[in-house]
Design a protein around this ligand. Structure first.
Ligand code: KHP
Length: 783
């Protein structure tokens, strides 16, 4: 075995196929396929060694020179995670930390996402070569941001399934590299499959919750991003979730893991594996009480297709399950073939000089271009929501900066962050401008209105020409394990904002945090000139915010989610998973919400104005049978991926104002087709255009597919329906064209129905059977 760079840690070793005991075994023969190599290796393992290899911290098989491997690394917006090892100082003490996905989602720029993911995978390789992280990363989180209370919505690109599917495709390309490359850059893991988006609400916990979701909502809303991962992006791994879905814990559900994932989506490559969320196998036993015993829980999960247990439940309980005959050895072989084939595709077994990534070291980390990309991602994701013309700022001699986020450091990162290269707060950026800056934090964002931290606010405000308040929410309010209980501005913030506004000076509010906050009091206050949303903009977020305020950069991000009024959370329980409006549900997302949003999905202003014109000739009528014939002739395996238009639909976007700016072209379909009720509209394409100067135009090229024209019926089938369609450009809309689809409806994708004998349990009584204890240790249960 060969030690890499001599560092300590879980990644210190990789198998030595040059001089090690297996050098003449097929596992070391690079002319053989990964599966052949993996099979040769595990044929040497005893059943004990096989079982030991099923946990996320795999000990390896020393007698064969197979070192341990830690499967759990994170990479949500930069390398991170419990087993990624940053040094205290110097090399490997930091990496590039990008904005949270909710902010990068607002950029609506897939090329940006691929570039960001490429940096993350490069830095991951450099850290792996120094034995500091793994080769597979448990990212992205692509559960749609369904309910505005969700504490982890910040980890996602937003609420729209088309947007998520496109974003995740771009991301996986950057993380894994081209599928045809002999070696993967790293393996990505699409999580949390599926129906996971509640942390803790009204006595329901992620470990115990049973999400009841119709087939229609599953196919239309909860699963497209996962289909994009599995079917369209060749992702290397999936993670099943804590919750149950329609009565079955997802990690023990052969319908989800076999019928849908592997068979229906064709995710049959032997090097692709499923891990459980951390301790989710334990939860199959308790609190779900799906399996009667611990042994049955591990066997049910392994048999269903969960190949790795994040935790120790498999290694601890599979031996007894094996003795009881609850699983066949071929099932564990299958799991290990997937694991080792994946490691082979990552080059784990091959000599360093054979691989393109083994030479990377710290000089590839936090490069100048990576830092510039983190800044660019932040700028692109910031959204301008209100502006009476005060922005961009000009002619002032002093700035007052207030609020809980004004001097934000770690707050900028959100959760699942590693060690950033630096942390530039808005205050830091303001202090580098050629102006006087007065700063007072004031009462904390989530803060206590009674503290005397108010006192220094007023003199600072008095002395300033322009007032900037930067606040909102952060991970003390929205977090893993912690859903929000209010959509209003927290603590004393509205009070201090109101009093600052009463000075009658130009005033700008910057709303931070991943979940949206009802900002109608700010919108309606005529003394507040401008409102921006920044999400979690990452290590250079403060500079990005100040550059937009000063006009050094132009805002063009769009909200990737709805800003609901605060009363929304009284109108629908978080546990109601339905998207369409019902008696106790006003509907979810911009497609179905029947109330009046404070800001709609896609909202975003500029420092200029744009007009749009659909310049492609579109027919008035399209015949469904002809569309399907063209699709069949193209030999596309999945008809929903067939193009609707043979050439991209071109939209000319003209900057009719005075300042150069990016513009995000959003294209929606609306109309009367398919099952009632009809959604208000659905996003079907988007493209960000860059730096369109005054009086100039850019051309967006939009590719619509048959899938994007389809609707989903109650059984989950994706169908192309006859009816009247409108293609809308932007929220206004700025341009629109109508067309009709004629002929008989056609099924594009027939959804496999759950088996009739599917064992399903109802929702458990809330709060009962919930484990309290640390990761990997089964402790007390709330009875
Ligand atoms: O005990 N812990 O240290 C611990 C930490 C995080 C944790 O969360 C889970 O682990 C992440 C694995 O990628 C999933 O996204 C998340 O649901 C689960 C357990």
């Amino acid at each position: 075995m060969l030690a890499l760079l001599g560092a300590n840690g879980a990644y210190a070793l990789f198998p030595d196929c040059v001089n090690g005991p297996l050098k003449n075994n097929t596992i070391c023969d690079t002319s053989k396929s990964p599966v052949e190599r993996a099979k040769a290796l595990i044929s040497l393992y005893t059943i004990e060694e096989k079982i030991n290899a099923t946990g996320s911290t795999a000990p390896g098989v020393p007698r064969l020179g197979i070192p341990g491997y830690e499967w759990w690394s994170e990479g949500l917006h930069g390398i991170a995670g419990p087993y990624t090892n940053f040094s205290d100082s110097g090399d490997y003490s930091y990496s590039t930390s990008f904005p949270q996905p909710i902010t990068m989602g607002a950029a609506f720029d897939d090329e940006l996402i691929t570039a960001v993911a490429t940096v993350i995978s490069t830095e991951a390789r450099a850290f792996n070569n120094a034995n500091r992280t793994g080769l597979d990363f448990w990212t992205p989180n692509i559960n749609p941001f369904r309910d505005p209370r969700w504490g982890r919505g910040q980890e996602t690109p937003g609420e729209d399934p088309f947007h998520l599917s496109s974003y995740v495709h771009a991301l996986i390309n950057g993380l894994q590299g081209d599928p045809s490359d002999p070696y993967k850059r790293v393996v990505a893991t699409c999580k949390h499959y599926a129906g996971y988006d509640i942390e803790s609400w009204n006595g329901n916990y992620r470990y115990q919750f049973d999400a009841q979701i119709s087939s229609q909502d599953l196919v239309e809303y909860y699963l497209p991003s996962f289909q994009s991962c599995a079917r369209d992006s060749n992702v290397g791994a999936f993670m099943c979730s804590y919750n149950s879905l329609n009565g079955v814990p997802t990690c023990a559900d052969p319908y989800l893991l076999q019928t849908i994932l592997r068979e229906h989506w064709g995710w049959t490559n032997e090097e692709q594996w499923v891990t459980s969320d951390c301790d989710a196998i334990q939860n199959v036993y308790l609190p779900h009480e799906w399996s009667a015993t611990r042994e049955q829980a591990v066997a049910d999960s392994l048999n269903a297709g969960t190949d790795i247990d994040c935790g120790t439940y498999y290694p601890n309980h599979l031996p007894a399950a094996y003795d009881q005959g609850l699983f066949n050895e071929s099932v564990i072989d299958q799991a290990l073939i997937r694991q080792y084939s994946s490691l082979i595709r990552l080059g784990w077994f091959d000599a360093p000089e054979q691989q393109p990534y083994r030479q990377l070291d710290f000089s590839a980390v936090a490069t100048k271009s990576s830092q510039e990309l983190a800044y660019k991602a932040a700028v692109e994701g910031i959204v301008l929501l209100k502006n009476d013309g005060v922005l961009p700022l000009s002619s002032f001699s002093s700035l007052g900066i207030f609020g809980d986020w004004a001097n934000a450091t770690e707050q900028l990162l959100g959760n699942y962050a590693g060690q950033p290269t630096y942390l530039h707060s808005p205050l830091w950026a303001a202090q580098r401008l050629n102006t006087t800056v007065h700063y007072a934090r004031g009462p904390g964002g989530q803060g206590d209105p009674t503290t005397n931290s108010w006192l220094n606010v007023w003199p600072a405000a008095h002395a300033s020409d322009v007032i900037i308040y930067i606040g909102g929410i952060d991970n003390s309010v929205e977090a893993e394990g912690n859903d929000r209980v209010s959509l209003s501005w927290t603590g004393a913030q509205l009070d201090v904002i109101g009093q600052l506004a009463s000075y009658g000076k130009p005033m700008i509010v910057v709303q931070m945090g991943g979940g949206q906050i009802d900002s109608s009091p700010i919108v309606n206050n005529p003394n507040i000139s401008a409102l921006l949303w920044g999400g979690y903009p990452g290590q250079d977020g403060g500079v990005a915010i100040m550059d937009i305020i000063m006009g050094k950069a132009a805002p063009a991000g769009r909200l990737p989610l709805t800003q609901y009024p605060a009363k929304y959370i009284n109108e629908v329980p978080m546990t109601d998973m339905a998207l369409r409006p019902g008696p106790n549900n006003p509907g979810r997302t911009y497609k179905w919400y029947n109330g009046s949003a404070v800001f709609e999905f896609g909202s975003g202003l500029h420092y200029t104005n744009f007009s749009a014109d659909i310049i492609s000739d579109m027919k008035e009528t399209y015949d469904i049978a002809s569309l399907m014939q063209a699709c069949q002739a193209s030999n596309e395996k999945y008809p929903d991926r067939c193009p609707f238009n043979s050439e991209p639909i071109q939209v000319e976007v003209k900057n009719t104002g005075k300042r150069a700016s990016d513009y995000v072209t959003l294209a929606y379909l609306a109309g009367e087709f398919g099952p009632k009720p009809y959604p208000k509209k659905s996003l079907v394409a988007y493209q960000r255009l860059f730096s369109i100067s005054s009086e100039s135009s850019g051309i967006a090229k939009l590719n619509l597919t048959l899938g994007s024209l389809s609707r989903v019926d109650e059984r989950g089938n994706r169908v192309l329906y006859p009816g009247d369609y409108s293609l809308l450009i932007d929220n206004g809309p700025l341009a629109m064209v109508n067309f009709t689809l004629t002929g008989e409806e056609m099924v594009l994708d027939e959804w496999p129905q759950p088996p009739k004998d599917r064992k399903a349990k109802g929702t458990k009584e809330v709060g009962k059977g919930y484990f309290v204890g640390g990761f990997g240790s089964e402790q007390s249960v709330i009875e």
